[in-house]
Design a protein around this ligand. Structure first.
Ligand code: AQP
Length: 335
C-alpha cells in the first residue's frame, strides 16, 4: 500500500456502538471490502463520534477493540487498506476544533441526524451531538479523500463537509480537496425485523429487531422466523409490504438474485419457507465472518500490532494536512 499510487482515496468510518448489524454489513462494510483493489481505502473506528451517546467506558473500550477485529473479520485487509481507531490519531480532535470554528450554528441546527438523535436521547443532548458533522468534516478533509461512501442518511453531512471545506479554502487559501459521494451499486438499506419502517440499528434495545453479525445460526433462524411480515402470502416487492420488502432486500443482497427471481422462486410457497431460506442464506454469509472474528480475538498481539501500525500511518498522512491548516489559520507552530 503506497500513498503515491494514482488510486483515488475512499474514506469511511463506523462507530463502536455495538456488534455490527446485518445492516452495517450489507449496507456498508461488505461493500468496503470490494473497494480495496480499485481504491486506496481508509477505514476507521469512529470512537470519538460514539462519545455523543453515553456508553459505559469499559464497554466502549471493549467494543472499540471488537469493532476493529470485526472490520478485519469482514474482509478489510490491513495490508491493502489503512485501518485505524480514530482517537489513536490526535489530528482528528485538532482538526475537529478547526472545523467547529468554521461551522455556523444555523447550518448545524438543520442537520436531521441531530434532530433524530436528540429525540432518541432527550436526556443527553450534548454539544458533541450538535457539532458531530464538524468532526466528521475534519475526518474526511484530513485525508484529502476523493470519495466517501454515503447512505441516504449521510448525504446532508457530506454536503456540510463540502460547504465547510469551501469556506475554509475561500477564507484561508485552497488546501482541502472537496470530497464526492460514492454511491455503491449494491448497497442495501436494511430495516428492523420488528418495525420494517425504521432502519436496523446496533443500538436498538429490542434484540429481535436486529441481526448481529456474530449471532449464532440458531438465533438468526429464530429472528427471521419472528420477523414482522403481512397477512398476504405473496413474496413480492411492492408498496405496503415493508416486512417482505426488507426480507427480499436482504435475500437479494446475499444471493445476488433479482426481486423477480425471488418472487418466482417462492411462488406458491408460504412465508415460512421464504423466511427459512433468508435465514439460511444469511447464516452461510456470516459463517466465515464469525470464524475469522473468533480467531482474531484470540490473537491479541496481532490486533494490537495492526492497531499500532494503523495509528502511525494515519497520523503520518493526516499530519500533513493538519499542519497546513494550522499554518493557514495562524496558529503558531511549535519549533
Ligand atoms: N440498517 C442499515 N442499512 C444499511 N446501512 C446501514 N448503516 C447503518 N445501519 C444501516 C451504515 O453503516 C455504516 C456505519 O454506521 P455507523 O455505525 O457509523 O452509524 P449508524 O448509521 O448510526 O449505524 P447504527 O447501526 O444505526 O448505529 P447506532 O445504533 O449506534 O446509531 C454507515 O455507512 C451507515 O450508513
Amino acid at each position: 500500500m503506497a500513498e503515491e499510487t494514482q488510486k483515488k482515496i475512499i474514506l469511511s468510518g463506523i462507530q463502536p456502538t455495538g456488534v455490527f448489524t446485518l445492516g452495517n454489513y450489507l449496507g456498508a462494510v461488505k461493500g468496503w471490502k470490494d473497494l480495496q483493489d480499485e481504491y486506496l481505502c481508509y477505514y476507521f473506528i469512529a470512537d470519538l463520534h460514539s462519545m455523543t451517546i453515553h456508553i459505559d467506558p469499559q464497554k466502549r473500550r471493549a467494543q472499540t477493540r471488537q469493532a476493529f477485529a470485526l472490520l478485519l473479520a469482514c474482509g478489510i485487509d490491513p495490508d491493502k487498506s489503512l485501518v485505524f481507531v480514530q482517537s489513536h490519531n490526535k489530528a482528528h480532535a485538532e482538526m475537529g476544533w478547526i472545523m467547529d470554528c468554521c461551522s455556523q450554528f444555523g447550518e448545524l441546527s438543520r442537520m436531521t441526524q441531530f434532530k433524530d438523535k436528540s429525540q432518541k436521547h432527550p436526556d443527553n443532548i450534548n454539544a458533541g451531538l450538535f457539532t458531530y458533522p464538524a468532526l466528521m468534516a475534519g475526518d474526511i478533509l484530513l485525508y484529502q479523500a476523493d470519495y466517501v461512501p454515503v447512505g441516504a442518511d449521510q448525504t446532508q453531512h457530506l454536503e456540510f463537509t463540502r460547504d465547510v471545506a469551501t469556506r475554509f479554502n475561500h477564507t484561508y487559501g485552497e488546501i482541502f480537496k472537496l470530497p464526492e459521494g460514492y454511491y455503491p451499486k449494491a448497497g442495501a438499506r436494511v430495516m428492523s425485523l420488528q418495525d420494517p419502517t425504521s432502519k436496523m440499528s446496533k443500538s436498538d434495545p429490542n434484540p429481535k429487531a436486529t441481526i448481529s453479525i456474530l449471532d449464532d445460526p440458531k438465533v438468526i433462524m429464530n429472528k427471521f422466523k419472528s420477523a414482522v411480515t403481512d397477512s398476504e402470502a405473496e413474496v413480492a416487492f411492492r408498496e405496503g409490504k415493508d416486512g417482505i420488502n426488507n426480507l427480499m432486500t436482504i435475500y437479494s443482497a446475499v444471493t445476488k438474485k433479482t426481486m423477480d427471481e425471488i418472487t418466482a422462486e417462492f411462488a406458491g410457497k408460504g412465508y415460512g419457507d421464504f423466511k427459512k431460506a433468508v435465514g439460511e442464506a444469511v447464516c452461510e454469509e456470516l459463517r466465515p465472518v464469525r470464524e475469522n472474528f473468533d480467531r482474531l480475538m484470540n490473537d491479541r498481539a496481532y490486533l494490537d500490532e495492526q492497531m499500532k501500525k494503523g495509528a502511525e500511518r494515519a497520523t503520518y498522512i493526516a499530519n500533513k494536512t493538519l499542519t497546513k491548516a494550522k499554518k493557514r489559520v495562524g496558529l503558531l507552530l511549535e519549533s
